[in-house]
Design a protein around this ligand. Structure first.
Ligand SMILES: C[C@H](C(=O)O)C(=O)SCCNC(=O)CCNC(=O)[C@H](O)C(C)(C)COP(=O)(O)OP(=O)(O)OC[C@H]1O[C@@H](n2cnc3c(N)ncnc32)[C@H](O)[C@@H]1OP(=O)(O)O
Length: 566
């Protein structure tokens, strides 16, 4: 961005500043620390100047927003056109309670919905499964059959609001229920807007929720992708997620590298199935964490868009602009919340959310201050939503597109993150002999991802214990007094009510139709056909989540992790 002569002049002036201004200051008063680093332990310099970004080519590396390589944002007007979607992740108890919370959030100004499911639903189990005992409706809403979805979305216009479903091994069943619900309500499938997490690579890498082994799990992911591209073109069939990789203790670069690699793995799998990259890629979506290191996080989001545009173009021959335009959801870092002095979390969340916005997120969840203690109370979730509204409507952060663009520091960090991320992605590709998908499958099999993340996490914990990472209220500025807020209590009758509803559905439905529908799922799977049409029929017959998932488990067996130790 500067010519050689300008850079030479700046470099000379910099050396002079070093000798005449900086050195005497350092002699009089040193700095607070010998070394300054981000929360990912990436060392940062004291000062960045044009010399650090001397190689940056404005048009090639940054460009204009809404144009390749999208470093400055996916849309030309960004939040001046439309602010990001405010999408609080919510779910607890039965469908009634969660539906009530959804209406509350919409009334308070939330602009998208996001469903949190309970552990049995996430694992494809019914509430009446013995393994579900004690877990029904505890960490999210319980969904056993289409009946629960009917109640969950009562009074909500499916054509109007977009909904995100955070669910993975059993994602195809929930997706089938959503499609069935739209059919039932006469909402055209083309109008359905939303996102299914459906990211099994990330499960095997970090979150560790699975039912069947990686390869058939991947087949189901791609079944949803294929069906959704044809039938629900406004829906995002996969939310390729780095959030949980980061929560498991990865660095920012690992989060970005493993997530983007996962995305490329899905692209390769779909292309292998014969799908056209420009048909399905526009609806791929991403999901990142936003941690405490403000500038590193902004740089991470900008680097994500640039890498994605370049790789989709170079490796996968994507041609449509939308296939190269990375869009993402952000959630503030749950792992950074503290149970001690929980109101301090409001400040952390504000900083993280602001970084997400300055990084150009499309959708945002701000954590509630009480989330280190319990599911969010109504009061805490309102503060979290108000935090987004204050950023959007009071701070001015939404009024300038990519306001951090051109910052010497942020551009340097963006370059560094891009370079280090690409090194990882290339390594994964080599692990698969040129295939990112195979590299991921091999890496899952031999525990590569687990080791990489564990090492980073261990190192971080050591830094916290040595006091090199300050956690306010935990290893500095601690208090003896009890600062616990009132937290949400889950109604003790939840399990009973959910079990009652499931028993009623089972008593009322046509058992022969259910058996026939489950056979059709089995046959579609055995014939290697896309399983989603049969899943939609099965959920319409009120087959349960557990009954459907058992078909796949019987066919493929349950997976257990070896971490390469076998
Ligand atoms: C931790 C927790 C757990 O596991 O426990 C979790 O995982 S929670 C995980 C929770 N996950 C999530 O909540 C995932 C959320 N994901 C999403 O919402 C999506 O996948 C997303 C990231 C692509 C965002 O989609 P969105 O619909 O909210 O937002 P979009 O940016 O696509 O905007 C909606 C429409 O407005 C248009 N639009 C937006 N802004 C502009 C603008 N400035 N100019 C022109 N058009 C614009 C878009 O093109 C789009 O239209 P059109 O659609 O027509 O193109």
């Amino acid at each position: 961005m500067y010519d050689d002569e300008d850079l030479e002049e700046i470099r000379d002036a910099g050396q002079q500043w070093d000798a005449e201004t900086l050195e005497p200051t350092l002699e009089r008063r040193g700095e607070r620390q010998d070394r300054f680093a981000t929360v990912s332990n990436h060392e940062v310099d004291r000062l960045y100047t044009p010399d650090d970004v001397g190689d940056l080519d404005y048009l090639e590396d940054l460009g204009f927003p809404g144009e390749e390589p999208y470093t400055r944002g996916p849309y030309p007007t960004m939040y001046r056109g439309r602010t990001w979607t405010m999408r609080q992740f919510a779910g607890f108890g039965t469908a009634e309670e969660t539906n009530e919370r959804f209406h509350y959030l919409i009334d308070e100004g939330q602009t998208g919905l996001s469903v949190a499911f309970d552990m049995p639903s996430l694992m494809g189990l019914d509430s009446d499964d013995p393994m579900s005992e004690g877990e029904i409706g505890k960490e999210g809403v319980a969904v056993d059959t289409l009946r629960d979805m009917e109640i969950l979305f009562d009074g909500i216009d499916l054509a109007e609001i977009s909904t995100s479903f955070t669910i993975n091994p059993s994602a195809p069943v929930i997706y089938a229920m959503y499609v069935a619900l739209a059919d039932q309500r006469g909402v055209s499938r083309e109008q359905l807007r939303g996102t299914l997490q459906n990211d099994m690579f990330k499960e095997f890498i970090a979150q560790k929720e699975w039912v069947i082994p990686p390869e058939p799990s991947l087949d189901l992911v791609t079944d949803v992708l294929e069906f959704s591209t044809a039938e629900t073109p406004k829906f995002h069939p996969i939310s390729v997620s780095g959030y949980h990789i980061r929560e498991a203790g990865s660095t920012a670069v690992q989060e970005l590298a493993f997530t983007l690699a996962d995305g490329f793995g899905y692209v390769e799998d779909a292309v292998d199935r014969g799908l056209d990259v420009d048909e399905f890629a526009p609806r791929l979506s991403f999901f990142f964490n936003c941690h405490n290191s403000f500038f590193e996080e902004i740089a991470k989001f900008r680097a994500a868009r640039r890498i994605y545009a370049r790789v989709m173009d170079d490796w996968y021959d994507a041609e449509a602009d939308e296939s190269k335009r990375l869009k993402f959801h952000t959630q503030t870092a749950g792992q950074s919340l503290t149970a001690q002095q929980p109101l301090n979390n409001v400040a952390r969340v504000t900083i993280q959310a602001l970084a997400g916005v300055l990084g150009g997120t499309q959708s945002l969840h701000t954590n509630s201050f009480d989330e280190a203690l319990a599911l969010p109370s109504e009061k805490a979730v309102r503060v979290a939503l108000r935090t987004q509204q204050i950023i959007a409507e009071e701070s001015g952060a939404a009024d300038i597109v990519d306001p951090m663009g051109g910052s010497f520091a942020v551009e340097t960090l963006t370059n560094e993150i891009e370079e280090r991320t690409m090194r990882y992605i290339e390594e994964i590709r080599e692990m698969g002999d040129g295939s990112v998908r195979d590299g991921i499958l091999n890496g899952i099999g031999d525990g590569y991802f687990h080791r990489e993340i564990q090492d980073a996490s261990y190192e971080y914990q050591e830094r916290v214990e040595r006091g090199e990472e300050v956690v306010v209220g935990v290893n500095k500025y601690t208090l003896e007094e009890d600062t616990s807020p009132d937290t949400l209590k889950i109604d003790e009758t939840t399990a009973e009510r959910q079990l009652g509803r499931l028993a009623n559905v089972k008593a009322e439905r046509d058992d022969a139709a259910v058996a026939e529908a489950l056979d059709a799922v089995r046959e579609a799977s055995e014939r290697g056909e896309n399983t989603i049409p049969s899943l939609v029929d099965a959920v319409k017959a009120y087959a349960t989540m557990g009954e459907i998932m058992s078909v796949f488990e019987e066919r493929y067996g349950a997976y257990s992790e070896s971490l390469g130790l076998a």
